[in-house]
Structure formats: C-alpha cells, structure tokens
Design a binder for this molecule. Structure first.
Ligand code: IVH
Length: 675
C-alpha cells in the first residue's frame, strides 16, 4: 500500500504524538502504558514513513535522537542568565546560620523552604524555542559554556519538544536547568563493558557522566546511559510558577523529568529530618546523591535576596559526608583474616570518608591489584559506603611520578610462615594453618564483637595478649580462663582481670543467633544467624542438620547451606561446639519457627520517634513475630509505622500505597494478633 504525502503527513504526526505520549508516561511519570515491543513497533513505523517521505523528516521527531556528526571541538555558548554554583553547609549549625542570615535580610521570623536531593552529576541548560529543544549548554564558567546539543539530544529522557498543556502556548524561549547523571547500576555495567574491552574505567558515576556528555562524537554519547533531572528555570514566570515547589510541578506538566522527592518545609526541623531520612536511604538509592539543596521556596523572596557573584543567597547545598575521595598509598601490608585469607591492605595518607577518618583500605586480592595496577606511592580514589570496608577504586594515573612501586603478595603467611595456597577457582591466597595465631585472634575478635557475643572490654589488645601468651587457642578457652593466671601477667591490674572475667561469664546467656553469628561460619552474617536461630533449638540440633533441610529454608541457598554443613561437620568445629557446651555456652531457643508466626514474611519500616516503646524494642517485637525490618520504604514494604515527626518516609509510603500506621494503631494491631 502506498500513501500520498498528505495522508502520510497526518500519519507521521499521529505516530509522533503517540510516541511522545509514551515517552512522557515512561520517562516523566514513570508509568509506561505499553510494552517495549509495542513501543519499538511504533517507532519503526514512524521511521519507515520518514524514510519514504524525506520531506516529512524533522529534528523534533522522536526518531532524531542519534546520528549527529562528530565535531572537532565544541562551540561556546553564552548563558543569558549566569549559571551560578551553590554555597555549601556541612552541619545543622551552618544551615541554621544560613536561615538566620536570610531571616535578618527579609525581616521575618519564618521562611518557607523547599528541599530537594542534590544529584552528583553535572549541570546543563536546555533551551526550548517555541517548544523545541534547540540547545544544550554545559555550565562552563557560569557565563559561557559549551554547546553539547547533539549529545543532549541523545539523552533518552530529555524531551525534544515540550508538552504544551491545554490552553497554553509554548514560550518563545524557555531555559531549563538540571543535572545530567548516570544511575549506579548503569555505571557498573558501563565500567564492566569498558574493563572487558580493556578500556580505562571511570572512577565514579559523576566522571562517567561528564566524560560521556563531553564526547565529540554524539554516537558514543548515545550509547551511554545518561539521564536528566530538572530543578531550575531562570524565568519561572513563563510557566506561571511562583515558587520552587510549583515550578517542579509545572516542569513535570510540561514534559520534563523531575525527581519527585522534593518537599516544602515549613520549619528548618522539617528540612533536617528530610536530610536525615535521605542520608539513611542514600546507599539504597539507584543514583548517587551528594546532599540536599535547601531553597527559599517563593520566587518573590528570592528576588529580594538576590545573588552574589558566585551563588544565589537564597539557596544552600547541605552536603552528605563524601563517600569517595583521593589520597595516596604510603604502603601495602597484608592482613590475615579469620578464615586465613591473606588480604592486601593499602596504608593510606589519612582522609575523611563518610564522616570518618580512613587510614587503610582493602585491595581485596592480587588479581585486584594487578587489574587496577595499584602501586605503592600511587594517588588513588578511595571509597566507603555505609558499613562497607573502605576500598581503593582506581589509580589516578596522571599523578604518577615514576617512583611508584608495584606490589606482590608474599608466598608465605606473614604471621606463621606457612606456605600460602590458592585453592582452585578462588582468587584468594590463604594460610592453610588453622592454628595460625592470626586466624585464632581474628576468630576470637569476631566472636567477642558487639553484634556477636558482645564481650565487653575484650578488645584487640586483650586478644593479642591472650593468644600470644598461649592462654587461649579457641573461643571456648575464654570461658576457662582463671584469675590466678591472668593476674600473674606482666602489668596486669586485678581490677581489669575481674572485669574481663565477669564480662565473659555474662555472655553465657547470650541468645542462640549471636552465638551462631559469633562462630564465624562462612557466608553466615547476622541476618542469616537470626534465621537459623528461629529454625533450630540449639547448637546440637543445628549440628545434626543436612544441606537439604537448610536449603529448604527461605533465605538460604544451596551454596550457603553447603558452607554451613561443611563448617559443622569439620572435626575441629565439632570439638569447638562440644567444648562450648561443656563450659556452659549452650543457649536454647524457646520458640522454633513454625509456619504460623503471625507476621511471617511481612516487611516493616519504622520512622519518627516512638513514644510507647523504643524503636529497637518495637523492631525486636515484630522480628520475633516473623517479620523483617528495613530502613527504607519500597513497594515491597508492608507497613510503615510512624512515630512523632516522621519525615519523608511516610510521604513515600503514601505515594507507593503502602499501609501507614500511627504508633497507637500499630499497638492495636499487635494486640489483636492473639498471641
Ligand atoms: S539548584 C544556582 N538544585 O549542584 C542554583 N542544583 O553545587 C542552581 N545540583 O551547579 C542550582 N542537584 O549542578 C540545584 N536539586 C538541585 C541540584 C543542584 C544538583 C548541582 C548543580 C549545581 C551544583 C552546585
């Protein structure tokens, strides 16, 4: 069938509209209405028609995202309104100072703020003329940036045309500012692809986004998973917005992607609880944030405040502690772990990461050192997220002086001098000697640690001493220590011996899950130990289990089940368990799991201050009834329990349609469970 041009023109317009609507549903509303296959079909139909009727082609068409020609260099382009940066705050006091300053300037006692996540990417200005995207300009020096229009056009969620709401007309020229960034998952994939192709990897998503946007060949940019999120318009009156929160709504209405977790804050305390919530969730989010931005909400007030040459007076970035920083490697040493693994450790020039000073970072193993080509003396990116051990991410090769020294792990255990072995299929080099003092020390430290048996006062120094003096060879020996012998040790005060012995004695009644975790079975973390303790009455019943029984438990896979059974069947470990039982460490469980735990499988999130019982008590309570507890709200959450000043988690729960219960309703629910 062949069409005449007029009919084709109508069809092309119809298809474009449908595709744009789908793009809007998918990228802006996050609510796709068709499958990828249906969408691709529509696009193909449109492409075919545009090929057949080249006159109908248009740069606005959803087919025109890729294919710009490579250029020699970027043109520069001036910003009509300067693109400023933000001043920073690092603690609540600095934010309070900002608020007080504004109160003085505005002669008012209460300012309404809006607060938003601060994306860690790079800022960009999009220019829409009569509703069509005509320019994308980087920030540059704030006055003049680089024109990266062909690249920006390849960013999937940047609309090539604005959606003009009913009854409105597109402004002659609209400038929209926002951040270009890369999701963490996409970043990992991109780096994986690059390392497979033996290309240099990016140190972090921000560098990857910057490197991708500043590509001279737009076809390369098109392959990079860049995203855009909007947050600022120099002339918001064009969209009839009078405040930041209104602007965010309008941007969305006009087809631009904005992040929905912004919030209007009546008080500074609201802003602080938004910050705290977001900081807590930070490591579970799909993208990297480096803080929040607190902005005076109303544009009229902003006008009164004005800007300095560098930054607006009406906004401040309240930064999260940095997860990543650069420093130098002074030396590489070896640590022998609980299971004998020799781990190379970078001894760093101290650097602040996520709010703590970091002096050492793991290099994992020799393969890792080789593939990253880490040398002593190198300047490197180090990273620490959440509870994760700090690690060396990447060498900054440009900083090399030629003095750096390559490193190889030793062939022998640095502690007991046994020949280190590398088991087949494993990357780790291991000390095979189960009596290696380093392994003994590490297993005792783990056993005594806060989340395991929590032996108060049994720190690194005590452990060193006890093992070096041959008083303790296994954790069971701790319970056989005698006062007479300990006080004989050099420089040992009677008081601290008494304290230690009392602390050890007190742990005989610790719960079974702590003991299981404390044994240090490979792959058995705290969570899994809790699960095991629900299914088994005591260590003896756990010792008699088999792989099939374990693997049938929700949350335990075959590999982990095997590792548990291997541990329990090992002669040494059997002797250890018997020895522990003999000295009186043998917790029994009253409740073993039966299928009818009333909250089995339910997921809870607690937020705000609980008044009837403490948060950890409430968490324990629901866990004992079979539920699990997490710190962030997702679609999978069953209940969000809110105390006083709950913060943004309650909002998120409402948005996701998750049940939100006030504390009193929560207690009512528990009391109705017929326990
Ligand atoms: S507002 C002049 N809002 O942070 C004020 N900036 O450190 C315009 N950024 O250059 C910026 N998320 O690249 C604003 N929600 C957000 C932001 C944000 C990230 C970036 C932006 C800015 C930089 C300043």
């Amino acid at each position: 069938m062949s069409l005449d041009e007029a009919t084709a023109a109508l069809e092309v317009e119809r298809l474009r509209k449908i595709i744009r609507d789908h793009d809007y549903q998918y990228f802006v509303l996050d609510n796709p209405l068709v499958s990828d296959i249906e969408y691709d079909q529509l696009k193909r139909q449109l492409e075919t028609l545009e090929e057949q009727f080249p006159d109908l082609q248009s740069p606005d068409s959803p087919t025109q995202r890729v294919g710009g020609q490579p250029s020699e260099a970027f043109e520069s382009a001036a910003h009509r309104a300067p693109m400023l940066s933000l001043s920073n705050a690092f603690d609540e006091a600095e934010v309070a100072e900002f608020d007080e300053r504004l109160q003085r300037l505005l002669e008012t006692e209460q300012i309404e703020y809006s607060i938003e996540p601060k994306f860690d990417g790079l800022s960009i200005e999009l220019v829409y003329e009569q509703g069509s995207l005509t320019q994308g300009i980087t920030r540059g020096d704030g006055q003049v940036g680089e024109e990266v229009t062909s690249n920006v056009r390849t960013i999937q969620n940047v609309p090539l045309t604005l959606r003009v709401p009913e009854g409105k007309t597109a402004p002659e020229r609209l400038e929209v500012r926002g951040e270009v960034y890369i999701d963490l998952k996409d970043f990992d994939q991109l780096n994986q692809k690059r390392s497979d192709a033996e290309e240099p990897t990016f140190a972090n998503p921000r560098n990857a986004a910057a490197g991708s946007l500043r590509q001279l060949d737009p076809r390369i940019t098109a392959e990079r998973p860049l995203k855009f999120t909007g947050y600022d318009v120099p002339n918001p009156e064009l969209l009839e917005a009078t405040s930041q929160t209104e602007l965010m709504e309008k941007l969305r209405e006009w087809g631009l992607p904005v992040n929905l977790s912004y919030k209007k804050c009546a008080t500074l305390n609201d802003a602080f609880s938004f910050y705290n919530d977001l900081n807590e969730q930070r490591d579970t989010l799909p993208y990297e944030l480096d803080g929040v931005v607190i902005k005076v909400n109303h544009f009229l007030l902003r006008k009164q405040l004005g800007t300095t040459s560098r930054s607006p007076r009406w906004a401040i970035a309240y930064k999260f502690p940095a997860h990543q920083a650069t420093t130098t490697i002074n030396d590489i040493t070896v640590q022998v772990g609980r299971t004998g693994v020799l781990t190379p450790v970078a001894e760093l020039e101290p650097v602040s990461l996520s709010g703590v000073t970091v002096k050492r970072a793991t290099l994992h193993n020799q393969d890792e050192i080789d593939s990253k080509d880490v040398r002593i003396g190198d300047t490197v990116w180090v990273r620490r997220a959440g509870d994760v051990i700090p690690e060396v991410v990447q060498v900054i090769v440009e900083k090399r002086t030629g003095e750096e020294k390559p490193y190889r792990l030793p062939t022998h255990c640095p502690v007991c001098d046994s020949v280190a072995v590398r088991e087949e299929g494993e990357v780790a080099l291991r000390c095979p000697n189960a009596s290696c003092p380093a392994q003994i020390k590490e297993s005792i430290r783990h056993f005594a640690s806060r989340d395991a048996m929590d032996i108060e006062g049994l720190g690194k120094k005590w452990v060193e001493r006890l093992v070096d003096e041959h008083l303790v060879q296994s954790v069971a020996d701790l319970y056989r220590l005698e006062k007479d012998i300990l006080v004989e040790l050099e420089r040992m005060a009677e008081k601290s011996v008494d304290n230690l012995l009392a602390a050890i004695e007190a742990t005989k009644t610790r719960s079974l899950d702590r003991l299981i975790f404390g044994l240090g079975i490979r792959h058995v973390g705290q969570n899994l130990a809790e699960i095991l303790a629900k299914y088994f009455e005591n260590l003896s019943s756990l010792s008699q289990t088999d792989v099939d029984t374990l693997a049938a438990i929700d949350g335990i896979g075959p590999k982990v089940a095997q590792s548990i059974v291997d541990f329990l069947q090992d002669e040494h470990n059997q002797a250890l368990i018997q020895a522990l039982q003999a000295v009186g460490v043998d917790p029994h469980n009253e409740v073993t799991l039966s299928a009818d735990l009333p909250l089995e499988g339910k997921k809870f999130v607690f937020t705000g201050t609980l008044t009837q019982m403490g948060r950890s008590e409430a968490q324990k309570l629901v866990k004992s009834l079979g539920a699990s507890v997490s710190s962030s709200v997702s679609k999978k959450t069953d209940y969000v329990i809110i105390g006083e000043s709950p913060g943004s988690k309650a909002d998120k729960a409402n948005k996701l349609g998750v049940t939100v219960l006030e504390e009193s309703a929560f207690h009512k629910m528990i009391s109705e469970l017929n326990l």
